[in-house]
Design a protein around this ligand. Sequence first.
Ligand SMILES: Nc1ncnc2c1ncn2[C@@H]1O[C@H](COP(=O)(O)OP(=O)(O)OP(=O)(O)O)[C@@H](O)[C@H]1O
Ligand SMILES: [Mg+2]
Length: 251
Amino acid sequence: MKVLSFFSIKGGVGKSVSSMAFAQILHDDYGKRILLVDIDKQANTSKTFGCYTPDGFTSADLLTAKSLIADKAIRHSDYGIDVIPANFELIRANKEVLLDTLHPQQLRFKRQLAPLRDRYDYCIIDYPIDDNMAVINALVVTDEVLIPIKMDRYALDGMEYVIETIEGIKEFNPNIQLKGCFATMYVRSNLYKEGMSALETSLGLKFLKTPIRQTVKVGESTFEKPFIRYSPTSSAAEDYRKLVAEYLSLE
Ligand SMILES: Nc1ncnc2c1ncn2[C@@H]1O[C@H](COP(=O)(O)OP(=O)(O)OP(=O)(O)O)[C@@H](O)[C@H]1O
Ligand SMILES: [Mg+2]
């Protein structure tokens, strides 16, 4: 099982839409067995896949349970993808981990997900914008990171911290690899090229070639079903398929 993280500390940049699109495409087009882990208390991904639970086991329990409970937290969605959902319990769980200094605080997901390694080809993690114990635990178990970037005036803000965070995790997880970033909600403009080269030169970030175009279909899909199933022929769905192929060619 390879753990792929769509990580950024920036809000509304396409972390959730990209996590869900990669999960669906790797499953539908490549026959991969996918576990999608939601660690955002907003639970957009859990809800989109019909896996939200207000009181069942969730990613919060992966942080706090003393016994191995990941199995109990897995929900089988109608889209061929298994989901470990999130809910607001993550707020309590994050505090609880900080207070529990008797057990290692960064290795909780690693321990919980270990028994699932042969059952899935990919574990894809959708991140919140918070900097918390769930995020640290998720990065500790991550093999590869992709950073979605919404190319606008604010695209550079906070990017240093994103890179610093990944570097800092190497103390616990020396194998974590930043595969690169990619543009989301792309609209054709010269500013895009300028922004991209600013990020490449100032931070040494590698951009994947395929930008994800902006389309109203993504917003519409949130009322219906996961985007790739809702609008498989839309421009952004086409782009995500190209991006997945590009990502796989990097390996
Ligand atoms: N390619 C796209 N075209 C149009 N709208 C998009 C596209 N990608 C994402 N969006 C919209 O942009 C918003 C943010 O996307 P998304 O929820 O994936 O970002 P996020 O980084 O997960 O946000 P958060 O920080 O709140 O978790 C959503 O309303 C989503 O529907
Ligand atoms: Mg999100």
